[in-house]
Design a binder for this molecule. Sequence first.
Ligand SMILES: [Zn+2]
Ligand SMILES: [Zn+2]
Length: 84
Amino acid sequence: MAFPESVVTAAWSRAGGASPPNPAMCECKQTTHDHSFVRCRKPLEWANRGKECSGAWEAHHLKSPKEDSALNCGIYCWKCHKSK
Ligand SMILES: [Zn+2]
Ligand SMILES: [Zn+2]
């Protein structure tokens, strides 16, 4: 499943407070991760989607893997995207 670009753009704008290519912050709040109960907030660069470098991120399905709406789309840093 893949999110349409319009959905990713909307989710990114929510995560960063401004539309791309302005920077955003990781939205992850999963309690099992290092950041624990607070939002991760790792700074992300629009150009670094899918890369494994600083500022890397990916659009993450929050609940249903089949739903490609902005509500189901989390902007996650690479580490959070790969962690369970
Ligand atoms: Zn993160
Ligand atoms: Zn996380």
